[in-house]
Design a protein around this ligand. Sequence first.
Ligand SMILES: *Cc1c(COP(=O)(O)O)cnc(C)c1O
Length: 367
Amino acid sequence: MVRSLLLTPGPLTTTDTVKTAMMGDWCTWEEEYKKLTSGIRSRLVELAGGGDQYTAVLMQGSGTFSVEAAIGTFISKEDHVLIGVNGAYGRRIVEIAERLHIPYSTVTVDDTKALEVASFEEKLRADSSITHVMFVHSETTSGLLNPAQDICRIAKQFGKTTMVDAMSSFGGMDMSMGDWNMDVLVSSSNKCLQGVPGFGFVLANRALLKSRKGCAPSLSLDVYDQFETMENDGGKWRFTSPTHAVHAFSQALDELIEEGGIQVREARYRQNQETLISGMEALSFKTAVSKSIQSPFIVSFLYPDETFSFDDFYKVLKADGFVIYPGKLTDLQAFRIGIIGDIHVSDIHRLLESIKMYMTERGGLLV
Ligand SMILES: *Cc1c(COP(=O)(O)O)cnc(C)c1O
């Protein structure tokens, strides 16, 4: 079997040891398995820079299930959430609010621009009915970073509850929920923490979560109920949990510590990103977002010209062992290359060689 490197924002390339950790079958009510879950919960709180004030709740499903669970649990129909929108994941938050009949307003900017704190401040000043502020930290649509600290700070100045989709940044960038004024943070097993897909998690202010009993309109997507069971039954999940993904994730967390922690991982991602961008620029590609807001997780590159075929490019790279991602920007023709996962700068150099070969053969490269 030819193994491809996934240069995608998750599922991503995991280590062999993470994959090997799944070679077993586990029962969900046994003490060891529950301990594994409890251990993961407390390690996540630690990674979020939280103390006793915070707690972590694991939820079955992909990341969106946890986003929806968090929205349903923490925001009521009597509330009003101000949502930052500059990409598909911000629009997904809006869609969830609509489905749950939660009143909302938006602060919207172009998909290639970062959200502006001043626009949040303006809306918060103008409308005192707003109770919550929610946005995406790393917009995977474009690869840009929104100013999470600044937005949360202004939201807190107005006394609002802050909720952040940090799906594609948590674990790949040092952040402290306390210092960053985040009440709720959502992420998942298969992004920067480098586990396999299967569950997401909601990190939350413990007192706030404790006040949300009976609030969620859904049984399975109730963060409070899951919290209560995990707390009272020593790490038990309600309903069947993704046992293999949980074992893989515990191994992935061990490996994050072995690597040196989040700061070291972030430095590796940044080196991947800088190598990728400078190499691509040398091949005449341009990034879709400006460098000042470019995340170290995924990069969008514009098509080099009108005749560029993503399908063709994708197939050639795939044959060389690299899987890249189509673009998702509404107005621009772009493709994406992820740099998270078990990806190292030597992989980026090999990728750049492949791309150079492709561009040379295509005749589009004037070097
Ligand atoms: C990956 C991701 C999600 C969740 O996507 P799923 O496909 O449900 O796992 C949500 N928000 C952002 C910013 C993401 O990158």
